[in-house]
Design a protein around this ligand. Structure first.
Ligand SMILES: Nc1nc2c(ncn2[C@@H]2O[C@H](COP(=O)(O)OP(=O)(O)OP(=O)(O)O)[C@@H](O)[C@H]2O)c(=O)[nH]1
Ligand SMILES: [Mg+2]
Length: 462
């Protein structure tokens, strides 16, 4: 176990009033430093409590009673951090929680940094880095799918997938090293074919993971969706219909929405981050212009675009310009023909000629007809054809994807080295680089500043 000599404390529950608050303490001196602050009904002190038993008792600051609490001592190494952990479950008030934390700090325990409990779990080998990240993702999950992927990752799904690849690389490395160290000894060595096969397998494994990365990112972060269209066609009405509440202002004045309005909506377990934008038109209005510039940026970052047109009007110059734009940006596109309750122009045929690859759905945002079709299509567009519905993904972060891309590059370089007739030390270098890249995911080869950045995403007390 990694020896860390100071002891830390933090409030594990969210700030504010609630049923209980939990103050968590971890470190070698957890018991020793605060033993006199707590006494049970039966007059037992902290260091007399049984491991993993829950006790009712009182917390005192000297002679002054602070609160009646439940207290549990969990001795390491079989704890979250791997160290001795004490939890004080006090009444969930802001003042009482703060007072108990202050008392603990006064006894010489240090305030924990964000994520420091989990960082200790990582340093003590309780979890790898991908599992630590999974814990953040469980806490911050915004959709069922995001939660599923994170829980799977916490179970070690990603770690296992990476370790399978690492083992293949290590097998070749061990062989190469034996050859380099004892060239004249008659040891069982792999043939070049065997080595190449293993590298090929490793490349295939890495590629399979990279392929899932996009769907995994979407599971975790949600689908970045943007609604575009001319003013007054019903973009904000569509957002409201999807959100099932009046999120954006709707009026019959063209140019009602000027800024970006974002709303996160869960559809069939998938999170969509939907952005409603200012209506697209040629304008001199300075505020509207800025709004339009922002929409352009959003459009480029989007995973999916909802293009709304109004069936009560003929297509105009503004529509045509937007259509030209959408035709070139090459994004997943869903065309929504709105206001079919007042249907006049039957624009479907015209649109399908202009945007032949786009899916078209007709709705009335006002009367809420066709909204379920939009929802179904949204989920389909993201997941159909690429991956199986309801699958959980192991690669959910760009950090992981980049490490895999790097690993693949080095493995391919390894193959080139072999093709050029070199093995031995040259091949070793390529494979070690690939090994280092994969270790970034599990944390085995992570640099300290990147590690610190990952843990700083956590809340205090986790
Ligand atoms: N009849 C009918 N009217 C609709 C429908 N959807 C929206 N409207 C009306 O169209 C007008 C404009 O709707 P908004 O949702 O504000 O349109 P927008 O595209 O967000 O407009 P801007 O923000 O100005 O770009 C409002 O008066 C809505 O009530 C529909 O399906 N049928
Ligand atoms: Mg609007």
């Amino acid at each position: 176990m990694h020896y860390i000599d100071d002891t830390i404390a933090g409030i594990a529950t969210p700030p504010g009033e609630g049923g209980i608050s939990i103050i968590k303490i971890s470190g070698v001196k957890s018991l020793e430093l605060i033993k006199e602050i707590f006494v049970t009904k039966a007059n037992k002190y902290l260091d007399e409590l049984l491991d993993r038993h829950f006790y009712l008792g009182k917390v005192y600051d000297g002679a002054q009673l602070i609160d009646e609490v439940m207290m549990v001592v969990m001795l390491g190494p079989n704890t979250y951090t791997g160290e001795d952990v004490v939890e004080i479950h006090c009444h969930g008030g802001v003042i009482v929680t703060r007072k108990i934390l202050d008392l603990v700090l006064k006894k010489g325990i240090r305030m924990a940094d964000p994520g420091e409990f989990t960082k200790r779990a990582f340093l003590n080998g309780k979890i790898d880095l991908s599992q630590a990240e999974a814990i953040i993702d469980i806490i911050t999950a915004k959709s069922d799918r995001g939660l599923n992927s994170a829980v799977k990752q916490l179970g070690g799904g990603l770690k296992e997938a990476i370790n399978v690849i690492i083992e293949k690389i290590e097998k070749v490395l061990a062989n190469l090293e034996a050859e380099i160290d004892f060239p004249e000894e008659d040891i069982e060595t792999m043939s070049i074919d065997e080595i190449e096969n293993l590298i090929d397998e490793a490349i295939l494994n890495v590629e399979a993971l990279i392929k899932e990365a996009e769907a995994g990112r979407i599971s975790r972060e949600g689908v970045n969706t943007v609604i575009v269209g001319k003013p007054n066609v019903g973009k904000s009405s569509l957002l409201n219909a999807l959100a099932r509440h009046e999120r954006a202002i709707v009026t019959d004045i063209p140019g009602t929405t000027r800024d970006i309005i974002e709303e996160s909506i869960q559809i069939k377990g998938v999170l969509f981050r939907i952005n409603d934008t200012a209506g697209f038109r040629d304008t001199q209005d300075i505020v509207e212009k800025i709004g339009l510039e922002k929409s352009q940026e959003l459009l480029l970052e989007a995973d999916l675009v909802l293009f709304v047109i109004d069936d009560t009007q003929r297509l105009t110059e503004d529509d045509y310009r937007l259509i030209d734009k959408l035709a070139v940006i090459d994004k997943k596109l869903l065309v929504i023909i709105n206001k079919i309750d007042l249907r006049r122009f039957h624009l479907r045929d015209e649109i399908s000629k202009l945007l032949p690859s786009a899916k078209i759905i007709e709705i009335s945002a006002l009367e809420k007809t066709g909204i379920n079709l939009v929802e179904e299509e949204l989920v389909n567009m993201v997941f159909k054809g690429e991956v199986v519905q309801n699958q959980d993904y192991v690669i959910t972060r760009t950090r992981h994807k980049n490490a895999l891309i790097n690993a693949k590059k080095h493995l391919q370089e390894g193959k080139k080295t072999i093709a050029a007739g070199f093995t031995g030390e040259f091949l070793s270098i390529d494979l070690k680089d690939a090994w280092m890249a994969l270790g970034q995911i599990t944390g085995d080869t992570i640099e300290k500043d990147i590690m610190d950045k990952i843990f700083s995403e956590f809340c205090i007390g986790k």
